[in-house]
Design a protein around this ligand. Structure first.
Ligand code: A5P
Length: 224
């Protein structure tokens, strides 16, 4: 990662601390920006309980000694802090799933009373595929149906032969659609294809904190 990019992620992550209060149950997203949030959260020593959205995040929370609760044992999530792969301004769409954690992220992010998304400014209107998590058994069928929307590509592992397997034991399809053709209605349409577990189109109210090259942050509201 370019040092500059990590700097932008860091300032967005630091700003997210303003939304955290002692006693909160905090959903913790996945990805490199969220890792920076975990670092600053541990330094701030605010007494919160964290609910991880991936095994990767759980390992990081454990490493930093933060309190963790399973999603099975809690009644509510006060706030979720998560990253994103692209923010489609004007369409009120957040694209996620670059790290393959979209399903658990969507469960936590949509459950939380409040969602804060932390990104660097390169994520605004960035070309990115719609990520689709599928049950492996349905692979051929789902790929054929997804061709109505764009160009589906099975995500292949880099350090192991074969497909990337998610924390839920499923496969990922990166569905390439030109940015201007992505429609918020695809979230529900794709979800209804048998064999699809979840997709990376996130549409819910959120506050987006953007780390800027000038060292400041900009905040925008997504009203889905
Ligand atoms: C994980 O599945 C994604 O949704 C991440 O939130 C997203 O890829 C952002 O990651 P970075 O902060 O590493 O860019």
């Amino acid at each position: 990662m370019f040092p500059e990019l990590s700097f932008l992620k860091k300032i967005a992550a630091e700003k997210a601390l303003d939304f955290i209060e002692p006693g909160m149950i905090v959903g913790v997203g996945s990805g490199s920006t969220v890792k920076m949030f975990i670092e600053v959260l541990s330094q701030a020593k605010i007494d919160v309980v964290c609910v991880p959205t991936s095994i990767d995040t759980e390992l990081m929370l454990t490493k930093y000694g933060l309190r963790i609760a399973s999603f099975l044992e809690i009644e509510k999530i006060d706030i979720a802090i998560d990253g994103a792969d692209s923010i489609l301004l004007g369409k009120n769409i957040i694209l996620k799933g670059g790290g393959g954690a979209l399903t658990r992220e969507k469960i936590i992010d949509y459950t939380a009373a409040r969602l804060i998304i932390i990104v660097d400014e390169t994520k605004i209107n960035r070309e990115y595929p719609v990520v689709v998590e599928i049950v492996p058994f349905a692979y051929n069928f789902v790929v054929n149906r997804l061709k109505r929307y764009g160009k589906p590509e099975l995500r292949i592992s880099r350090k192991k032969l074969g497909p990337v397997v998610t924390d839920n034991g499923n496969w990922l399809i990166d569905l390439h659609i030109p940015l201007e053709a992505i429609d918020g209605r695809f979230e529900k349409e794709i979800k209804l294809i048998p064999g699809v577990v979840e997709n990376g189109i996130f549409r819910r109210d959120a506050r987006v904190i953007i780390g800027k090259k000038d060292g400041g942050t900009r905040e925008i509201d997504i009203n889905a």
